[in-house]
Design a binder for this molecule. Structure first.
Ligand code: FE2
Length: 324
């Protein structure tokens, strides 16, 4: 089946095309956050003005016309309301115009399933780390398979914590990836470490790190905030691996692009004789291909949503999404 997927949950407007499980296009345009972060109305306007170009580009890459598309997927949530609305309305418009079925996709499930596909893991413990999400999951259930959340953040996602710190430090662009670059060669300074069983908390770490600005070098604080946050995630992931008797770890989501986090997780996997997998960075960042990939599975298994029932859901949790 030939399915086009639209991702617009935050700063990225992405369009992917999948044919029988194979990704044949993955194009995007990304809102520049500068030093101010995301202003929902402005990001939504950016998506509206770029949507046409990104769709055309994806079709051109795949060598297709819009009339060849047999199904449409869009991100239902979680995400920023204004941004999700743009993707949903464009998907509905195309589905009605072309007379093809639609699937509403969970953003997190997109990240997880594409990482599992790319890393060729069967049934891994998943660490899903992005702006708004930090969760440890494992697929459960027989009749209806879905991901159960084994552990998660009590407050903010690790990605938002790093982005927020980047803004406080006036790094440009104000992303976690700039924190990663600044951290290279840094030395550790003491930071608060909060893991409670399988869950963790990042606000104390963020507040403390902001208070350290001007007391230590940028490099040392960036290094220390990263080491502490990632050690917390690794401790809980390692516990999940042992408690579930699993032998596979998969990391996905925007923060999975971080080289240091992958290095730490690979050491844990190695020490437990387990496999470790992740996808290419283009699929860890928000992208349309992961939405098309999950939508194709849903549609080819007989799922479709009526136009009148299409919704967005800003807090659509991944454990409520059925895995097809
Ligand atoms: Fe994401």
């Amino acid at each position: 089946m030939l399915v086009l997927g639209i991702e617009s949950s935050a700063h990225t407007f992405g369009v992917g095309i999948v044919k029988d499980g194979k990704i044949i296009a993955n194009e995007k345009s990304m809102y520049d956050v500068g030093t101010t972060g995301m202003i929902p109305k402005k990001v939504a306007e950016f998506h509206i003005s770029n949507s046409n170009n990104v769709i055309r580009k994806a079709l051109k890459t795949a060598g297709l016309s819009i009339r060849d598309i047999e199904g449409i997927g869009y991100t239902k949530g979680p995400g920023i309301g204004n941004c999700l609305q743009v993707g949903q309305i464009i998907a509905k418009t195309l589905a009605v115009r072309l007379g093809i079925p639609m699937a509403d996709v969970n953003h997190g499930l997109g990240h997880i399933e594409i990482a599992r596909l790319m890393s060729r893991l069967e049934d891994p413990v998943v660490l899903y780390v992005s702006g708004g999400n930090s969760q440890i999951l494992k697929a459960t259930g027989k009749r209806y398979r879905h991901y159960t959340i084994l552990g998660e953040t009590f407050d903010i996602g690790v990605g938002n914590m790093l982005d927020s710190f980047a803004r406080s430090l006036k790094l440009v662009p104000s992303w976690g990836s700039t924190v990663e670059k600044t951290a290279i060669g840094g030395r550790y300074v003491d930071m608060p470490y909060t893991v409670k069983g399988m869950d963790f908390s990042f606000t104390g770490l963020l507040t403390h790190s902001i208070k350290q600005i001007n007391k230590h070098t940028k490099q040392d604080i960036c290094y220390s905030i990263q080491e502490t946050a990632f050690s917390m995630l690794c401790e809980a992931t390692e516990r999940a691996l042992l408690l579930t008797n699993s032998d596979e770890i998969c990391v996905c989501g925007g923060v999975a692009q971080n080289t240091r986090l992958k290095e730490m997780l690979s050491k844990i996997a190695l020490s437990h004789h387990s496999k470790f997998g992740f996808s290419e960075n283009q699929f860890n960042a928000d992208n349309g291909a992961m939405i098309a990939f999950v939508a194709e599975r849903m549609l080819s298994n007989g799922y479709k949503i009526k136009i009148k029932d299409c919704r967005i859901e800003q807090r659509y949790r991944v454990d409520r999404a059925v895995v097809f």
